[in-house]
Design a protein around this ligand. Sequence first.
Ligand code: FES
Length: 170
Amino acid sequence: MGTDADGRIAPLSAVPTDSTLLFRVAERDQCEERGSDNSEEVMTTCSDGGVDCKDEREALLVATETDDTDTATAVSCWLNFCQHFTHIKLDKGSGAAMRDDELICENHGAYFEADSGLCTYGPCEGATLAALETTVVDGDVYLADDDYEFVGRGPVETDGDLTSTSNVEF
Ligand code: FES
């Protein structure tokens, strides 16, 4: 199997250390169910861009450790929504805001630890972001989650952006 089919998201060097890297996932069960007669074809379709997959979701990588050249050496991975209002994205397409190793939801100012996902301040204090499993092999980050299949880098194109009324502009 090729590396992309194995869920290669990005090299560690592509993960920003002061923001987030946005990508798309699809629920693995849905792909498998849809492909009950020809799962390989459907899984390939999803991996090639998710054109038939109605339940794509956004996720983000965030650096949790860096080396002395400010390159990410470890990451965590979260679904791209706030725990206060779950239709609000942390990364609206240009990278999530960060401060002192915490992700910031700029809608109402919640702070989430980049490594644990715990909300340390804000209206959802004590809640935790929804995690996805990743692994790093030879400097590349792979999605290694039982529930989600990697689809591709960037935002969900067909997503009705419910955050467009946000008070944040990039
Ligand atoms: S929607 Fe994120 S803090 Fe309110």
